[in-house]
Design a protein around this ligand. Structure first.
Ligand code: FAD
Ligand code: NAD
Length: 470
């Protein structure tokens, strides 16, 4: 059994997998991924894949219900859950393990922890192994759902239960107004659950202000009760089913009805989902063994000043998005390869915009700075908005299409620094903005990027016309 590798990755989610792949690609270097659960991580089995597999039919049915000439029947719950099961490969990671084998990466099942410089201890069902890394150790352990202490005793659903739903509750209280809360409310409501969202602040408050309002309107139109700015306290549940610890309680009822006090008045539902953010998974990682006392140091390019240690994905205290973790992993892979080959590592860019698509109805796409962020940074900017249906291609997508498109243009450089779109299928539109930001394309040049008629991309023309005062 091999105990020395060039590169050892702890955590085989999307970020860890890509880091291993890019660190050894085209070389004779060796790599191992240490994975405690399923190779492919949260994203493949309990987050992105199952949620989007559930949301797409919901979105298509909603569009169909709002297109004259189409008649859409009820959603088939069993078929929808079966589609989800297909997209998570029946919670079987053999496909991912074959991919790793094909890429020349060993997968070691077990829990990994640093025990010293370039040294990883793996706890497996058969005991412990100690591995040594010649070049690098990459941490890619992801994150876990944060359950504020006040909710712990009611054994609430977390995102794993919502994406892995097997018993559809009659009613559901959702705590939180972030992306998980909004997306889960969308599919649970479509499955027939009476959903009440309890949001202590704003819905999707990290995005531009008009986003939350539009998403609330869409959720309410779908039958979700959304209550913002509420105070939530005193969660109670008489009959709590303890977690079996073997995954069998995922997506099924966690006990009897749950009651919470909302602004002092009791609200009861069959189940409660806590979607209150996520915490980087640093517990038990042995960071202290390499002199890192503060886990948030994992956000550094060389954590703890070590030129052999890297962190990618959710554990690196940055944006918790799969595509961002995979981007970090490509950057880290290139640094490891350069150092291993005696080359100067390529510089790490700190001006790369973070895009995000939220798969609610309406969808949200955002990239770069919000208008608020830009102003808070003291950037002189011009903010231009248009109704999303100003592009006839978007109006054609469904009869009830609504939404807003907004760009943020830096007045000094005349380049785009941010864009936010709300409306049907806008998730596909946002990459054009990301390209313009990364390429530092001026609005004067963008004017010559002619969008096809009648596509949603014409929204760019409408925004630029307004910017130039036509
Ligand atoms: C419901 C939901 C929906 C989401 N939808 C989207 C989306 O549509 N698009 C998007 O971009 N992002 C989405 N996200 C965010 C996305 O899931 C995460 O950003 C992504 O999974 C992070 O990837 P990662 O590789 O860093 O970690 P993870 O995917 O969390 O994988 C980490 C892996 O490390 C393993 N591990 C942990 N500790 C150890 C250890 N000590 N030893 C060995 N193995 C260990 C875990 O078992 C896991 O397999 C969603 C999140 C949620 C909760
Ligand atoms: N489509 C996507 O890209 C997608 C989908 C799902 C999740 N994600 C990512 O997963 C991560 C986690 O999502 P999330 O929605 O859990 O987190 P979030 O940080 O986006 O939202 C957390 C919400 O919980 C609320 N909250 C926090 N503590 C609370 C408390 N004690 N009581 C009541 N409310 C509380 C916050 O006010 C906020 O509304 C995010 O980074 C998100 O980007 C992405």
């Amino acid at each position: 059994m091999n105990d020395t590798y060039d590169v050892i990755v702890i955590g085989g989610g999307p970020a860890g997998e890509v880091a291993a792949q890019f660190a050894i690609a085209g070389s004779d270097r060796t790599a191992a991924i240490v994975e405690a659960d399923l190779l492919g991580g949260e994203c493949s089995y309990w987050a992105c894949m199952p949620s989007k597999a559930l949301l797409r039919p919901v979105e298509v049915a909603a569009a169909g219900r709002h297109l004259d000439g189409v008649s859409v029947g009820d959603l088939d719950t069993a078929a929808l859950l079966a589609r989800r099961d297909t997209w998570v490969s029946g919670y079987d990671d053999s496909g991912q393990r074959s991919w790793a084998q094909g890429a020349g990466i060993d997968v070691i099942s077990g829990r990994g922890a640093l025990v010293g410089d370039r040294t990883v201890r793996v706890t497996t069902d058969d005991g412990e192994r100690t591995l040594s890394a010649r070049q690098a150790v990459v941490l890619g352990t992801g994150s876990t759902a944060s359950v504020p202490g006040v909710f712990a005793d009611v054994h609430p659903w977390t995102s794993r239960d919502a994406t892995g739903v097997r018993e559809v509750p009659e009613s559901l209280i959702v705590i939180g107004g972030g992306v998980v809360a909004c997306e889960a409310a969308t599919w649970m409501s479509a499955l027939g659950t009476a959903v009440t969202m309890l949001v202590r602040g704003q819905v999707l408050g990290a995005l531009d202000d008009f986003v939350g309002e539009a998403v609330i309107e869409g959720l309410r139109a779908a039958g979700v009760e959304v209550r913002t700015g509420v105070s939530i306290s005193d969660p109670r549940r008489d009959d709590v089913t303890p977690d079996a610890g073997d995954g069998s309680s995922v997506g099924v009822s966690h006990g009897g009805p749950v009651t919470v006090a909302v602004d002092g008045e009791d609200l009861t539902a069959a189940e409660i989902l806590v979607a209150a953010g996520r915490t980087p998974a640093t517990d038990g990682l042995g960071l202290d063994s390499v002199g890192i006392d503060d886990p948030s140091d994992l956000s550094a390019v060389d954590p703890g000043g070590h030129d052999w240690l890297y962190a990618v994905g959710d554990v690196s205290f940055g944006p918790m998005l799969t595509h961002w973790g995979k981007y970090q992993a490509r950057v880290v892979g290139a640094r490891i390869a350069a150092r291993a080959e005696g080359r100067t590592p390529p510089p790490v860019r700190d001006d790369v915009p973070v895009p995000q698509a939220v798969f609610t109805d309406p969808q949200v796409g955002s990239t770069g700075l919000t208008a608020r962020d830009a102003r808070e940074r003291g950037r002189p900017v011009t903010v231009v908005s248009q109704p999303i249906t100003a592009a006839s291609g978007i109006g054609l997508l469904r009869d009830d299409a609504t939404g807003t498109a907004q760009i943020v243009v830096d007045d000094e450089t005349r380049t785009l620094v941010g864009a936010t779109f709300v409306g049907p299928e806008v998730g596909e539109l946002i990459h054009a903005a990301t390209i313009a930001i990364v390429g530092k394309v001026t609005v004067d040049d963008l004017w010559h990027a002619v969008p096809s008629y009648p596509t949603g991309s014409e929204i760019w023309l409408r925004l630029l016309e307004k910017y130039f005062g036509y």
